[in-house]
Design a protein around this ligand. Structure first.
Ligand code: SAM
Length: 427
């Protein structure tokens, strides 16, 4: 749909609906759909692409309140395509505070464009006019809840109030954090220096236009994710393995610290991004595409960072599609893989060497329980407590791990959920 400005934003909205249908009806992760060269964003202008993506993310963060607003106005279940279009319009009204006439007209036009939806245009018009009469449609409604398979273990672990606080943060578009190359002078207007050393930018800035990006002086990396390399504390010249490295945020930190890095990942396509990131930042690492369950190193390492595959449930504020696509059924295999990777990595360290194990998960099975399992299987292994700038004592667990949650720094926009621990072998 060319000339989206003249057509009142229809192309961006139509693409947002297609993205939402791919996630909600076909169970695709948004990242996969966005990366598809033949996907719904093909042919759109950069600003329409950005708008479509922003709208789809906003809807995924507010499906539950949108459905509650719509319920009194719908006598029977509309077809899924119509329901998704109604949700989009409600979120535009309630969250984006877009002008009602534009939102209603666009939704009606989109219905008229589809053979299977054209007969619903009148209903959509009537429902949205009713919704638009209320100044703040979401006022008084709780934020969207996590799905039961995830919410239950989180409530059991952290408590009901804490989980509600996480859900409140997950309802907001997250800020963008960046890690700055040591020694680089970066002046980005509006950037906030975080206590742990990362810089925080407002949500939805166009990062590639900002000063220092093209020159490779910094890279996008959540402030919580950046702490794993701080915990490993790589020293110049050390031989360090970045196990499960792609797309490479932590590889960049390790290389920038002067370590001699071997970055390994099973995914060749994800390693293309890692290589691009290294090239942009003028940093070097040996890159290996291999399965860590079969690969063997030629020599032992001083230190290993294991950023293991996991449920990624700590990243829902950045990936609100995750609760609609995953159901936790792959967790047993993922837990077994994490334990196997820990055991293999410990076997590749020099005596006295250190391993940081981390996962971007909120589930204790993928964090605290993996640490306990590793300590039980490897007598002599010790946990070294984190001592990092900006890390609050309350974030450190009894056994010396670091538990990070989305509701920490809530007033600043939160942080990704992570668990990380530094283990040392006997010398
Ligand atoms: C959490 S991500 C890593 C993120 C990365 N460390 C960063 O900071 O950008 C986990 C990675 O594990 C990789 N992976 C999964 N199974 C693997 C295996 N058996 N061997 C090596 N890598 C694996 C995935 O391809 C994925 O890139």
């Amino acid at each position: 749909m060319a000339g989206d400005k003249q057509s009142g934003g229809l192309a961006a909205r139509a693409a947002a609906l297609a993205l939402l249908e791919a996630v909600l009806e076909q169970g695709a992760m948004l990242g996969q759909v966005l990366a598809d060269p033949a996907g719904p964003l093909t042919g759109l202008s950069p600003s329409d692409r950005a708008r479509a993506q922003r709208l789809a993310l906003a809807v995924l963060r507010h499906i539950e309140p949108a459905d509650r607003v719509l319920k009194p106005h719908l006598r029977k279940e509309p077809p899924e395509a119509v329901r998704i279009a109604l949700r989009l319009a409600v979120v535009e009204l309630a969250v984006e505070h877009a002008a009602a006439h534009g939102v209603v007209n666009a939704a009606v036009s989109l219905m008229r464009l589809g053979k299977r939806t054209t007969h619903m245009a009148g209903l959509v018009n009537a429902v949205l006019r009713k919704v638009a009469e209320v100044p703040e449609p979401f006022a008084g409604l709780p934020p969207q809840r996590l799905p039961f398979w995830l919410r239950k273990p989180l409530v059991d672990t952290y408590g009901r109030e804490q989980v509600a606080a996480m859900e409140a943060v997950q309802a907001l578009a997250p800020p963008i954090d960046i890690s700055v190359k040591p020694g680089a002078e970066v002046a980005i207007p509006g950037a906030e220096a975080l206590p742990t050393g990362s810089l925080r930018l407002p949500p939805q800035v166009q990062v590639s236009n900002l000063p220092g990006f093209a020159e490779g002086q910094w890279w996008v990396q959540d402030a919580a994710a950046a702490l794993a390399v701080g915990l490993l504390a790589p020293r110049p010249g050390e031989r360090v393995l970045d196990l499960c490295a792609a797309p490479g945020g932590k590889t960049l930190q390790l290389a920038a610290a002067g370590a001699q890095v071997l970055a390994l990942d099973i995914s060749a396509p994800r390693l293309v991004r890692l290589r691009d990131n290294l090239a942009r930042c003028g940093l070097a690492a040996e890159v290996v595409a291999a399965d860590a369950l079969v690969w063997q190193p030629a020599a032992a390492f001083d230190a290993i960072l294991l950023d293991a595959p996991c449920s990624a449930t700590g990243t829902i504020r950045r990936h609100p599609d995750l609760p609609f696509v995953k159901d936790g059924s792959d967790l047993p295999q993922v837990l077994a893989l994490q334990a196997a990777l820990i055991d293999r990595a410990l076997g590749w360290l020099k005596p006295g060497g250190r391993l940081v194990f981390c996962t971007c998960s909120l589930l204790p099975d993928e964090g605290e329980a993996q640490l306990a399992g590793a300590l039980a299987r490897h007598p002599g292994l010790v946990v070294e407590r984190p001592d990092l700038p900006g890390v609050e004592p309350a974030w450190i667990t009894e056994t010396g791990g670091l538990r990070l949650r989305p509701d920490y720094w809530a007033e600043r926009g939160g942080m990704d959920g992570f668990f990380m621990a530094r283990l040392r072998l006997p010398a």
